[in-house]
Design a protein around this ligand. Structure first.
Ligand SMILES: O=C[C@H](O)[C@@H](O)[C@@H](O)[C@H](O)C(=O)O
Length: 471
């Protein structure tokens, strides 16, 4: 595998190489949105096998294994860990062109020093070498974060969470900061069956009996305070279909009552409820100086048979194609006009919406903070070379890429931080190629400053971090 993932992987000219090696490579990592379990960080667990760290929750891999004809028994079923790993090893040679082909081999190299091509012939050897390293090689969760020079991790947390593990982490003496992010999706999804149960849970954690909508809003506000007190800097909303239906608190209170009585709601009522509730939450975020992240456009759980068997976030999602331009624009406008728009990062799953997001972000820059409203990095099905390049080119074409807060892993695996390396290489190659083609001056210090900002400094500044510590 002589040239594969070499020093100059993805760097196709000298400018790109200099930008990566001299400016990007050694910067620490700010991973401001991911799904890492805080308990696994706090307990500083080690993983027994490659299957635990690689295949435990990674629905990206599960999806490709299914596409490769692997039986579910070896994916989310009860097959033994080695059998599951072998099923993945059998799949890898067939993943050519998919980012998982690169991620897999980058992770083997960076974390285990293994340079082999993973396939059925090498599987046993890789299994033994990697497991030995996992068990003896300084590869606990905290050691991995330190090795990767991760300064900040933003997890994804339910508002009813007691944040016990975050508290433990904050009381510890770590060179990295782990902060919760407030993800109130279950409180917005009034059309879901489990909504009433979630409201009850919110009541329990706030010691109130939630009978009416104003109690519910008080409960949410209480949890925003609680999260803020525990270092939260951002919220995150998974908005599958963007909504906007102007209404007022009184009308929404009636819709909430109806739901509490177990009655069904019309689509318009659902959208009205979501609109007012998001406006309310945004006003809280703005007061706290939090960042509001909107992940828009996932069409989830599309395979009911498999949803019933393996649950959500299991590899049965894809981008939706409902138009988001108008509702998103009206929503942000109404928030700005009302309580004021917090710093906001917009992500979309369907790349058809890239120009919409990039330009809507531009509509709400207000001169207070450079890059106040961000068109966020390529998300999920777009998180690959083409998707990232495309996102950055569009951002540069219609906005200021200089202030882009850059990469986050959105991952559930402790080995995913090498995706920051992947991103940085793609970024450096993009700018280096512009220099090579004479499209921009080949002033390396000037381009290097862009690279450093986008790889690290912008996110650090945007999230108000100083040397890994929340200001
Ligand atoms: O990158 C994609 C993630 O793994 C995906 O599972 C999450 O983005 C999740 O659906 C969410 O809504 O936060």
């Amino acid at each position: 595998m002589s040239n594969f993932i070499s020093e100059d992987f993805l760097l196709t000219n000298d400018y790109a190489k200099t930008l990566y090696h001299d400016f990007a490579k050694d910067l620490p990592i700010i991973d401001f949105h991911n799904h890492l379990p805080p308990d696994e960080i706090s307990k500083d667990i080690t993983f027994e096998t490659l299957t635990d760290v690689w295949l435990g929750g990674d629905h990206y891999k599960w999806r490709l294994m299914r596409a490769n004809g692997i039986d579910e028994h070896y994916i989310t079923g009860h097959a033994d860990p080695k059998e599951k790993f072998k099923a993945w090893a059998e799949t890898v040679p067939n993943t050519l062109g998919n980012p998982l082909f690169h991620w897999t081999h980058m992770e083997l190299k960076r974390y285990f020093g293994i340079h082999d091509f993973l396939n059925p012939e090498t599987a046993d050897r890789i299994w033994d070498m990697a497991n030995e390293k996992l068990q003896n090689g300084g590869m606990s969760t905290q050691q991995l974060l330190k090795k990767d020079r991760v300064e900040f991790v933003g997890t994804t947390d339910d508002p009813t969470d007691d944040l016990a593990f975050h508290k433990e982490l904050q009381n510890g003496n770590h060179p990295f900061q782990v902060a919760p992010s407030f993800r109130p999706d279950p409180g917005l999804k009034i059309d879901k069956e489990d909504f009433n149960a979630w409201v009850q849970k919110l009541g329990e954690v706030t010691n109130t009996e939630i009978q009416k909508y104003s109690d519910f809003l008080d409960g949410l506000a209480g949890r925003v305070d609680y999260f803020d007190h525990h270092g939260c800097k951002a919220s995150d909303h998974g908005i599958d279909e963007m909504f906007y239906k102007p209404t007022d608190e009184q009308e929404v209170a009636g819709i909430f009552d109806k739901k509490m009585r177990g009655e069904s709601l019309t689509n318009v009522e659902v959208e009205k409820y979501k609109t007012f509730t998001l406006q309310f939450l945004a006003s809280l975020y703005n007061k706290k100086g939090w960042i509001m992240q909107l992940h828009i456009g996932a069409m989830r759980n599309n395979n009911t048979k498999m949803f019933e068997r393996v649950g959500r976030d299991a590899g049965y999602d894809s981008p939706g194609d409902r138009s988001l331009a108008k509702p998103l624009s009206h929503m942000l406008d109404s928030i700005e006009y009302g309580s004021g728009l917090p710093k906001t990062i917009l992500y979309c799953l369907n790349p058809k919406d890239y120009y919409v997001l990039a330009t809507i972000a531009g509509n709400h820059q207000d001169g207070s903070t450079a890059g106040k409203v961000q068109f966020g990095t390529a998300w999920w099905f777009n998180d690959h070379i083409d998707g990232m390049e495309n996102q950055m080119k569009i951002l540069a074409n219609v906005g200021l890429i200089k202030h882009f807060v850059g990469m986050l892993t959105d991952s559930r695996s402790f080995l995913s931080f090498s995706r920051h390396e992947y991103f940085r290489r793609i970024l450096c190659n993009l700018f280096g190629t512009w220099a090579q083609d004479g499209k921009v001056p080949s002033e390396i210090e000037w381009l290097g400053a862009y690279v450093k900002d986008i790889s690290y400094h912008n996110a650090k500044e945007y999230f108000g971090l100083k040397n890994g510590v929340i200001l």
